[in-house]
Unconditional design. Structure first.
Length: 206
């Protein structure tokens, strides 16, 4: 039996510090056909980040050249920096039946929904603003002013959580990972993605 012909596009949003990278890190280990798109950004690299793994770090001029060349699928400005999804690989991955994850903020999510109406959108919700602030402070990658700006953006992003298909609560990592896993598994089995299997069974030799 062939796998899904067309892959599954999943948009994962959630405020900075909600745990998107941690949840995805766990799931990448267990799904061998999961592709997490690497975005371009003009923000500075954090100490632990790697070029090409976490982001492609580029200068503003380079980012703007790529927009002009039509190489960016969607982009936004977050906290004074550009963030964008490169066009190149996404359609090829979907054509190969992969599950493709875009880890992007709310504006980007709305743009992707307009381009790919069949995508599945998931919002990762922190248990409280207090926990979110604690996580950002513990991460030690931003100063207090930057954290305050990220908390302001977080409040605005939370107002869009109800526009998503699913809300996953990240109170306890294990539960959040297991809930996100359940969404991917169920969505892959939707009839719209598996209709070809019925024909394959009907056409198989008895
Ligand atoms: P951070 O600076 O914490 O890595 O990312 C800030 C925000 O930008 C996060 O919400 C992250 O998901 C979002 N982001 C990262 N890459 C992209 C992208 O390519 N497009 C959009 N729209 N948002 C992105």
């Amino acid at each position: 039996m062939r796998k899904n012909k067309r892959g599954l596009l999943v948009v994962l949003s959630g405020p900075s510090g909600s745990g998107k990278d941690t949840v995805l890190g766990e799931l990448k280990e267990e799904f061998d056909d999961l592709e997490v798109s690497v975005s371009l950004t003009t923000r500075r690299k954090r100490a632990w980040e790697h070029e090409g793994t976490h982001y492609y770090f580029v200068a503003r001029a380079q980012f703007e050249e790529k927009i002009a060349a039509g190489e960016i699928l969607e982009y936004t400005q977050y906290n004074g920096n550009y963030y964008g999804t490169p066009k190149s690989a996404i359609d090829a991955w979907l054509a190969r039946g992969k599950t493709v994850i875009l880890k992007i903020e709310v504006e980007g999510a709305a743009n992707i929904r307009a381009i790919y109406p069949e995508c599945v959108t998931v919002f990762l919700l922190p248990p409280s603003l207090e926990v979110l602030a604690q996580r950002l402070f513990r991460r030690e990658s931003e100063d207090a002013a930057e954290i305050a700006r990220r908390m302001d953006i977080a409040r605005r992003e939370l107002a869009h959580a109800a526009d998503y298909d699913y809300i996953v609560l990240n109170d306890q990592l294990d539960y959040a990972v297991s809930d996100f896993r359940a969404i991917i598994r169920a969505e892959r089995q939707r009839v719209c993605r598996r209709r070809h299997m019925i024909e394959e069974v009907l056409n198989s030799a008895s």
